[in-house]
Design a protein around this ligand. Structure first.
Ligand SMILES: Nc1ncnc2c1ncn2[C@@H]1O[C@H](COP(=O)(O)OP(=O)(O)OP(=O)(O)O)[C@@H](O)[C@H]1O
Length: 352
């Protein structure tokens, strides 16, 4: 089995992509943990910049080398190097241009919620797919930095490809997707804060080759706490959709998300009421299991329309093309999403 000194030697010879020194020279290997019984190795590595194409490349190199040397599984975590180290080794900076070719043409649509678990990510994914089904050019950023779930929901098994200095997003159901999940090995927890978050988000815009987009959807972190506020503040100006469940108290909490959007200069364009009711397959009868009236209350409070009400039901899974949270176009709920997507294209038409 691999020992710590072997791991240090193997990983240490790799070069940090921005400072062009080996990880050993930079003392950038911050931690090595080995679980011999599972042949698992986890390494914490410091980089000058995280969430970049270069990180992805290094990530793949480290995993390949450690597996070649006998590891069964590899967990990786990247953190930012101390400022003194960066300053000591840094070459003159060159700012890269935005790769979002149509930045002025693209409408950013953020999907927010007052609290977790109301279906914000499910709605983000299905709206992105529905817009693509209408023939729009759509991107989706999983900006739920800590609770990323978009790749799993869409059944994405691939990682983005790195071309030159940029990241090519993964395409699924016609939507170009980028997620924090792509930059984390082995489902390791993400524990970045403050400025790191900003850098990561910035890289999602600037290091990813989005090409021409009509709409770029952002699945925001839930709630109205520090992380959600940080992300709201760091985003370019967005149109925002608030997702809530029909219970009046859920709507009350969701209204705070609306207030936060307005305070951070985003424009709320509508409300989606998720888990609105349960419709019996046997009798067609509707039961309002999570209460009623919350969507209307929220829409009234924010003075925006209700874009749609989505009942409780899981998508029909297709074993050949597994995407656990994506509704087929001809599914009843798939049709509701198509209706919401049409309303969105009318409210915010594709820019000429
Ligand atoms: N309309 C629905 N019918 C049935 N299940 C649903 C529906 N909407 C969402 N779900 C399920 O509810 C759970 C929570 O959904 P989701 O992850 O989209 O919520 P979220 O608001 O993004 O949560 P968080 O932001 O806390 O990660 C998931 O298991 C999802 O499959």
């Amino acid at each position: 089995m691999l020992r710590e000194e072997n791991v240090r030697k193997i990983v240490g010879q790799l070069k940090e992509p921005y400072l062009h020194k080996t990880l050993e020279e930079l003392k950038a290997i911050e931690e090595i943990k080995i679980k011999p019984e599972k042949a698992h190795v986890s390494v914490k590595i410091g980089l000058a910049k995280t969430g970049t194409a270069e990180q992805l490349q290094l990530q793949q190199q480290v995993v390949a080398l450690l597996k070649e040397a006998g590891a069964e599984t590899v967990g990786l975590r990247f953190v930012e190097l101390p400022e003194e180290t960066i300053a000591a080794f840094q070459e003159p900076a060159q700012e890269s241009d935005s790769l979002l070719k149509s930045e002025n043409k693209t409408t950013f649509i953020a999907i927010a919620s007052g609290k977790g678990g109301v279906g914000k990510s499910t709605v983000s994914v299905n709206l992105a797919v529905a817009l693509a089904r209408l023939g729009k050019k759509v991107g989706l950023i999983d900006a739920d930095i800590y609770g990323f779930s978009v790749p799993d929901m869409m059944g994405i098994t691939k990682r983005p490809v790195v071309r030159g200095e940029s990241i090519i997003p993964v395409e699924r159901f016609g939507v170009k997707v980028i997620s924090m999940g792509f930059f984390v090995e082995d489902n390791a927890p993400v524990i970045w804060r403050g400025p790191m978050l900003g850098k990561m988000l910035n890289n999602f815009f600037n290091e990813v080759e989005w090409g021409d987009l009509d709409y770029l959807l952002l699945d925001l972190p839930p709630g109205t706490g520090d992380v959600a506020l940080d992300v709201h503040t760091m985003l370019p100006s967005c149109k925002e959709i608030i997702v809530s469940t029909p219970h009046p108290t859920a709507a009350f909490v969701a209204a705070r998300a609306g207030a936060m959007a307005l305070r951070t200069d985003h424009e709320v364009i509508g409300v989606v009421e998720n888990m609105a009711y349960f419709e019996s397959l046997a009798t067609g009868e509707k039961e309002y299991v999570f209460g009623k009236g919350g969507g209307e209350k929220l829409a009234e409070e924010l003075q925006v329309p209700i874009l749609g009400k989505i009942p409780l039901q899981q998508p029909d899974w297709n074993e050949d093309d597994f995407a656990p949270s994506v509704y087929a176009e001809d599914h009843k709920i798939g049709q509701i999403y198509q209706g919401i997507a049409e309303k969105i294209t009318n409210l915010i038409p594709v820019k000429a």
